[in-house]
Design a protein around this ligand. Sequence first.
Ligand code: SF4
Length: 287
Amino acid sequence: MRYEEPVFRPPSEAYSLIIQATIGCSWNKCTFCGMYKMKKFRVRDLEEVKEDFRIAKKLYHNVDRVFLADGNALVADTDYLLEIANYANSLFKLERISCYANPTDLLEKSKDELIKLRKAGIKLLYVGIESGDDEILRKIRKGVSSEEIYEACQKAHECGFELSVTVLTGIGGRERMKENALNTAKLLNRIQPKYTGVLTYIPVPNTALYVKIKRGEFELPNAIENLLELRMLIENLEAKTIFRCNHASNYLPIKGNMPEDKVKLLKAIEYALAHPELLKPEWLRGL
Ligand code: SF4
């Protein structure tokens, strides 16, 4: 397959056919994110994308999932995405099509457009929420408030999409650990996403937040503080969600179905707090 590297995909799309519908992220301003800094955003030519699908058809016989990269493919025009989805469905018997979506992409499309996309087979949207705390969202330049994130996710649900959301412990620094935990839990409780992924913030060189850390303007919580933040988030989480905190960035890999596994997850955290030697060392953590 031909790709404009680097290409990112959620861990759960490891066995999906990855096709780049867009290149880069149309926002590309979050202070902690370096994923697409080297790419100038653009929507790919439709014929090129179709050609990629034809190449894939020759290479792979059993494609049942397609992930549309890059950063926020949902930002592309609805007609363009419908063409892509219909073309993919004409070549493969697909169980689902998924992509990353920014909250603003959902807010800017009409319900009618979103329902058409859902009917065309785009079933799962990955939304980076990062935090439910408005002060943190403002500082990391997410470009949306917690209320706008809620409205976007609510709209997606009303149009039939499943949501997989990502939040970050440590993204508020030492200063806003409590606010990050409490307000993120509060937002997740309102959204009730099917999947919740918790990552732990790791500074990425050449990003604005990295520079702040180097200047001493942002204090990074240590491993124990991150666990305390995670514990507070879980204690306050009431959403029914498949909870995953087993990313390479996390100090303690835990997962479960909420709310039924809440006690189990909290016990795992208590144990780790009492045995910090079990936590993932810094050199093993990654994004
Ligand atoms: S975090 Fe997401 S929205 Fe923000 S710059 Fe990175 S890819 Fe774009």
